[in-house]
Design a protein around this ligand. Structure first.
Ligand SMILES: [Zn+2]
Length: 376
């Protein structure tokens, strides 16, 4: 809606200021104090706009927020996560700054820009006295970057109650394409127990856990098949204690990405069925699929077409992307609900030092979300 775009563009500085405020409150996933400070800030902002906000308190993770806005029997769900991958102190090294039309700062793209868009979309709708098509329910969770252990259930439950879901993760690529497909993400841990022995005096009595793990790492990486989008990555391995001892222990952390549910099941089964190569070595593999793959469904295709019609007059061309990174949208999609993911900021470098957003795109994305909520 052109009116919403004009409003957002007139208020572009205000949107940027909200974003700056949030970037300057560091919110690393495992820093409960930091995440709670940010959630209190967001709570105040949403309440100012007339939202009913509940805090879902957590003992270890940061507190989640559930906010309701507008009315109607039907519900649209908006997913935002407040946590970042950046430990406290990162801001001091890389403070918020604007350079050549790009705004930099830890968590700015993933996904504080999406939260700023959401707050200002509501503000624009309210100021222009427009109405949303459905009642809007937000979940702002605190542990997405850890796989959403304490918020997953809440997301699944609320997705099932919604006609559709918008996820405010960053858009893909330079145009901010919507993420219509996402790979499933698996997490596994491999533990090997061998037997210690003196490496010089009686090596024949030892069983090297490191040698065994080396076999396992090769087997795991052997599951990678780029053509069908399956990748297995051993991201961490450690083992042994001293040079001249046959290593009694070794372990590894494994990341799996798959494009389809069938492939997820197949590779998970094969990983868990791996056996030890060396006589006497003990192998223990735990873990499984964390986020199921998000595949394009006919309902998602329809939702995307509808969104494209609304985006057109705003000068936004909504491209479609299929990506390897995971998000909470996958929990909603697995519940069979159509999801548009990647409605947040446009930029580059999530989880990287050069993380930034396009300042010019910020009001356009705010207007896009507001227009989708209004439905025209
Ligand atoms: Zn994210």
């Amino acid at each position: 809606m052109k009116e919403l775009l004009d409003y957002a563009q007139e208020h572009a500085d205000e949107i940027l200021q909200t974003l700056r405020d949030m970037v300057e409150i560091e919110s690393f996933s495992s820093d409960k104090g930091g995440v709670d400070t940010l959630s209190a800030y967001i709570r105040d902002r949403l309440e100012e706009l007339g939202a009913q906000v509940q805090t879902v308190s957590q003992d270890e993770a940061g507190d989640h927020l559930i906010a309701d806005w507008g009315d109607g029997d039907e519900q649209v769900l908006i997913l935002c996560h407040m946590d970042t991958v950046w430990p406290a102190g990162t801001l001091e090294e890389r403070p918020f700054r604007i350079e050549n039309g790009l705004a930099y700062g830890p968590g700015i793209l993933d996904m504080k820009a999406g939260i700023a868009n959401s707050i200002h979309a509501l503000k624009a709708i309210r100021s222009l006295e427009l109405k949303t098509q459905q009642r809007v329910r937000f979940i702002l969770n605190s542990d997405e970057e850890m796989g959403s252990p304490t918020s997953r259930q809440l997301i699944e439950q609320e997705a099932k109650r919604s006609s559709h879901v918008f996820c405010l993760e960053p858009g893909a690529g330079p145009t901010g394409a919507l993420k219509i497909g996402r790979k499933g993400v698996g997490m596994f841990q491999v533990k090997v127990t061998g037997r210690a022995a003196h490496a010089g005096n009686e090596p024949e009595k030892g069983i090297s856990a490191i040698e065994e793990l080396a076999h396992q790492v090769l087997a795991l990486h052997g599951f990678t098949n780029l053509e069908i989008g399956t990748t297995v990555n051993v991201g961490v391995m450690q083992g042994g204690a001293v040079r001249n001892q046959v290593a009694p222990n070794a372990e590894a952390m494994v990341d799996l990405r798959v494009a389809t549910a069938a492939e997820a099941e197949r590779v998970t089964r094969e990983i868990l069925a791996l056996t030890a190569n060396l006589p006497g070595a003990k192998l223990e593999i735990t873990g499984g699929l964390n986020r199921p793959p998000m595949e394009k469904t006919p309902a998602t295709g329809q939702l995307l077409e509808w969104a494209r019609k609304i985006a057109g007059p705003l000068g936004v061309e909504l491209e479609e992307a299929h990506v390897g990174g995971g998000s909470d949208a996958q929990f909603a999609a697995a519940a069979g609900i159509p999801v548009l993911d990647g409605l947040g900021g446009v930029g580059e470098g999530p989880h990287a030092d050069h993380e930034h957003i396009s300042v010019a795109a910020l009001p356009r994305r705010t207007a896009l979300l507001a227009s989708l909520l209004v439905g025209e």
